[in-house]
Design a binder for this molecule. Sequence first.
Ligand code: SPD
Length: 351
Amino acid sequence: MKRTVWTRLGGMLGMVAGLALAGSAFAQKTEEKALRIFCWSEYVPQGVIKAFTKETGIKVSVENYASNEEMLAKLVSGGGAYDLIQPSEYVIEALIKDRRLEALDKDQIPNLKHIGSDFLDLGFDKGNRYSVPWMAGTVGIVVNTAKVKDPVTGFSDLFQEKYKGRIVVLDDGREIVSWALASLGMGPNEINKKTLAKAREVLVKWLPLVKVYDSDSPKTALINGDVDLGVVWSGEGAILVAQNKKFRWVVPKEGTHLFIDSLAIPKGAKHPGNAHQFINFILRPDISKMISDEFPYTNPNLEAQKLLSKEQLANPASFPSAEEMKRLEVFRDIGGMASSIDELITDLKAQ
Ligand code: SPD
């Protein structure tokens, strides 16, 4: 990854710092041996949880979500009482603004040194005061080349009448709108009433072509042959291309999302010391490799990268080229416009 690109992307994000809490707030002695994690589905290997419990005696309960918005809704409504969440960059930005995250005690996270500088100190959380990178990734296109013979290089090639009923896409409004905006030459953060009206004109034609909406495991519809094309998370794409040569990964020519999913501790967490232990544990190179082996996203841990095979490092979905990196952009917090996106997508799906 080119440092310049990551630095530029990071610089695009504004941020408001929250209040820092003293590290001593995380004294571990008084904590019961429990940890509640609320994370994306298909992202935290069971083997990693087991190894953590074996090593620390801390019992972990895991709940999954399929979108940042689903996680936020539960967190904000007060449900869950989680010790760790796994938000993406634009949601970290929003959570910091709302003062909903605990400041991290870096003394308890010495393994943070393994994370590449390109993934640290980004604009959504300057100094990583509240978040530690889990995995990065992109959203791209998977083509079953045994079934699709015409070139597909971007969103406009994919969403064509001839592919009606042969497409799986992520069930994620913010992502879907960003594809329509990209096809109109706009960036994913240019979101206001006017641009959403323009995106609507595109999506009213695109969404009826979709057969399956799936953010948990969009690869499944492609593996089963239910569909021939997909817009999916890069880790899902990486599994497909590693499994069968007929699947091709495409970083859309119009540009696409670069996400940085991280671990963060919600305000009021009951087990912040255990949460710190878990964060430090997953930053250990051998443990981080376990995550990449199962969920091959872009691993930001440089020491873990050294443990990956040549094939893993050469997977085009896991590690985009420098040229592809130029087409990626991180999302920013868009405040109240998030609910306008939700309304738009709900409305379009109902038609
Ligand atoms: N199954 C894990 C998927 C993780 C995707 N995170 C990125 C979300 C950006 N909207």
